[in-house]
Design a protein around this ligand. Structure first.
Ligand SMILES: [Zn+2]
Length: 284
């Protein structure tokens, strides 16, 4: 009987302590904060991965006003030490979609910014039939070559946008090695950066990637400083305002609203390999 009022009196303390432990814990700030886009279009449709072109232009202006300097993933992974106080950012685009070439890169070029574009090498110039939304067109070979010649980096996003943790070692190696070779043949230089489709990775995948010749990869979530060469990026979605995107570059609170929304969208994306299940997927 006495226990109930005692527990009620203590509950705010317990809740407060819990909130401090959870919400107060801060992530270590990554050496180079990163953003992950998929598509930039004038009028976004239903897809959450479509970011409005007008807002992207405002974001570029905001980054310029705040003296941000962009690094490609290759540059970030090879930078020995960045000058203290310098604001750097990784701008990355997954899937290698044509909308990025048409709407995002001209704006980036106008600001002198450089991006890293991760291409799915089995779908040049074709629609994204691997996706739940299968109507996004991929870059052609000529567009990929042109992007590389403009000073942006081309990275691999595998051959078929497979969920790598579901594949056996041989299949993972084939996805990573073949996409690397195919892209290198187009751009005429080494492809050393990787983005894991659906953010799906583990230690096994990363070891195979390194054996295949990759030296850096982006991650949707955390693991900062755990493994050399891995760079966390925050997903950007159509509901993010310019201020939200800027907050993703500076906040270190793991449960901040903008980070929580990014994580939630990542989890939704992981439903795609279940929806589009393939016969080569195995439990490894
Ligand atoms: Zn993707």
């Amino acid at each position: 009987m006495i226990a109930t009022p005692f527990l009620l009196a203590c509950s705010p303390l317990v809740l407060g302590a819990g909130a401090t432990l959870i919400f107060g814990r801060r992530l270590r700030k990554p050496p180079v904060p990163g953003l992950l886009f998929h598509s930039v279009v004038p009028k976004p449709r239903a897809e959450m991965a479509h970011f409005p072109r007008g807002r992207f232009e405002k974001l570029c202006d905001a980054l310029q006003q705040r003296n941000y300097r962009t690094l490609t993933l290759h540059e970030a992974s090879n930078a020995s030490a960045l000058p203290p106080g310098e604001k750097t950012v990784l701008l990355t685009f997954d899937d290698g979609l044509q909308s990025v070439y048409r709407h995002a890169l001209p704006l980036l070029d106008g600001c002198g910014f450089r991006a890293t574009v991760f291409c799915v090498s089995g779908f040049y110039g074709e629609d994204s039939s691997w996706d739940i939304f299968p109507h996004n067109r991929h870059l052609t070979r000529e567009e990929i070559r042109s992007i590389a010649q403009s000073g942006h980096e081309i990275g691999s996003h595998t051959c078929t946008h497979a969920y790598l943790p579901y594949l056996d070692d041989q299949s993972v190696r084939r996805e990573l090695s073949n996409s690397k070779k195919l892209l290198e043949n187009i751009i005429g230089k080494a492809v050393t950066s990787l983005s894991f489709p659906y953010g799906g990775w583990n230690q096994r995948i990363w070891e195979i990637a390194q054996e295949t010749g990759y030296t850096a990869a982006t991650l949707y979530r955390g693991h900062v400083g755990v493994l050399k060469g891995l760079f966390p990026v925050q997903g950007v979605h159509r509901f993010d305002s310019v201020d939200d995107v800027l907050a993703k570059l500076t906040t270190t609170r793991p449960l901040s609203l903008v980070r929580a929304r990014s994580r939630m969208m990542t989890h939704f994306a992981r439903g795609t390999p279940v929806w589009k299940y393939r016969k080569e997927y195995v439990k490894v």
